[in-house]
Design a binder for this molecule. Structure first.
Ligand code: GLU
Length: 447
């Protein structure tokens, strides 16, 4: 049977390509190959029925050359060490691409959070902090939300940390509720940041929102907020999905109505398929049909936005994708093989490390506010987010036009180069290498 690549292998493929492009020396390559630290623990939870359960948990600290480790914690049955490693590495590239003073990390608990009660979820979250407390701090490693984690969980984690360390630590963790050290704009930041890039990109392509049909996979924090932003800006959102399945209407879907329904029932497919029998009449009337998550990706549209999990656009379905543009709001949704196939087809893809960096950017604002005691206005947050996202987009685009790279390759080149510069500045790489590299002019020309 053919070996399917793991998330970290897929990251390594991109990394190798980038390092070759930048002509890195062996010494320069070394710090990129493996994370600096991999922390693993088993968390024990007393279930509501009195039984005891254990869950594998991870915190991977990939690199801190540019500042404290930064990255979310995900709760998912498939969150394993390899995936968390890849996501930690992507965070380091991402923080470098947007130029904020952080490194990259990621955490995970291998669990099905939807099968846990609120009390169990809280206990498990506190257990995570107790397990990893020695590796976390506002100066060392600053976690945040990710897949299936939210402000409530961040609040429990901060509270647990402050209790056990007997400190006041608002900057320990980001994505907190507004009532307990959160920042205005953090809840919508991932989508908002991506939206700024999308608007800029659409303008540069000479297109108009009114003519563009969008499909979004995922209706969590990133996907749902993006659906609202696009709908309000005049785009036609024709396809949406959550982990249960998707819906499609050529005439466009109303994200507000769908959100309300999802709130009530926990699933979006039900919106047009209520009760015990699928309400076909209603579906006909609205011209809405249900689709699987796989079918959703292959719908005819202009813009496809994967906003859920990784590894959904692969060599298997890349050929059937009909979008002209793919904007990655999820982390790692496209495999390197799919990337190559899409490029051949003339599809333009804006990668995760740029497109979804709005979340960590406003996390940086939250961390800054936590450290200074200041409170920024929503308007200030939004303006700063826009400035940082557009600066990053322009820097990547410059690399694209200069070297004929894809947006992903260009973003990786930018990120790795900025990380490398910090490592040189810190003296992590011997001067001999730096001088040798300088003398061949590599720092000026990257071809
Ligand atoms: N989980 C988000 C990401 O993947 C946010 C991380 C953060 O805010 O630190 O970018």
């Amino acid at each position: 049977m053919a070996h399917t690549s793991t998330p970290y292998e897929r990251f390594k493929t991109l990394l190798e390509e980038t390092m070759n492009h930048l002509k890195l020396t062996l010494e320069e390559r070394k710090p990129f190959l493996e994370p600096q630290h991999i922390h693993r623990k088993e968390l024990t939870l007393t279930r509501d029925d009195g039984s005891s359960a254990t869950f594998p948990a991870f915190r991977v600290q990939y690199n801190n050359a540019r500042g404290p480790y930064k990255g979310g914690i995900r709760y998912h049955p498939l969150a394993d060490e390899d995936e968390v490693k890849a996501l930690a590495a992507l965070m380091a590239i991402k923080t470098a691409v947007v130029g904020i003073p952080f490194g990259g990390a990621k955490g995970g608990i291998q669990c099905d959070p939807k099968a846990l009660s609120k009390r169990e979820l809280q206990d498990l979250s506190r257990a995570y902090v107790r397990a990893f407390k020695d590796h976390l701090s506002p100066d060392i490693d600053v976690p945040a939300p990710d897949v299936n984690t939210n402000p409530d969980i961040m609040a429990w984690m901060r509270d647990e940390y402050e209790k056990i360390t007997r400190t006041y630590a608002p900057a320990l963790i980001t994505g907190k509720p507004l009532s307990y050290g959160g920042s205005l704009g953090r809840d919508t930041a991932t989508a908002r940041g991506g939206f700024f890039i999308l608007q800029e990109f659409v303008n540069l392509e000479g297109k108009d929102a009114d003519d563009l049909r969008v499909v979004i996979q995922g209706f969590g924090n990133a996907g749902a907020n993006m659906a609202h932003l696009l709908h309000n800006a005049g785009y036609t959102v024709i396809g949406l999905s959550d982990s249960h399945g998707g819906i499609y209407s050529e005439e466009g879907l109303d994200p507000v109505r769908i959100e309300k329904y999802k709130h009530r029932t926990g699933s979006i497919t039900g919106e047009y398929c209520e009760g015990s029998v699928c309400d076909i009449d209603k579906m006909k009337m609205d011209n809405v049909r249900t689709v699987t998550n796989e079918e959703l990706l292959e719908l005819p549209c202009d813009i496809l936005i994967p906003a859920a999990l990784d590894n959904v656009i692969t060599e298997k379905n890349a050929g059937r994708i009909r979008a002209k543009y793919i904007l990655e709001l999820a982390n790692g949704p496209t495999t390197p093989e799919a990337d190559a196939a899409l490029r051949k087809k003339g599809v333009t893809l804006i990668p995760d490390v740029l497109m979804n960096a709005g979340g960590v950017t406003v996390s940086y604002f939250e961390w800054t506010q936590g450290r200074s005691g200041e409170q920024w206005t929503a308007e200030y947050v939004d303006n700063e987010l826009k400035r940082i996202m557009l600066d990053a987009f322009r820097a990547v685009r410059k690399e694209v036009s200069r070297s004929g790279l894809t947006y992903r390759q260009a973003a990786f080149v930018l990120g790795v180069r900025r990380m490398l510069e910090a490592m040189h500045a810190r003296g992590w790489i011997s001067d001999a290498t730096a001088i040798a590299a300088g003398s061949r002019g590599r720092r000026r020309s990257f071809r």
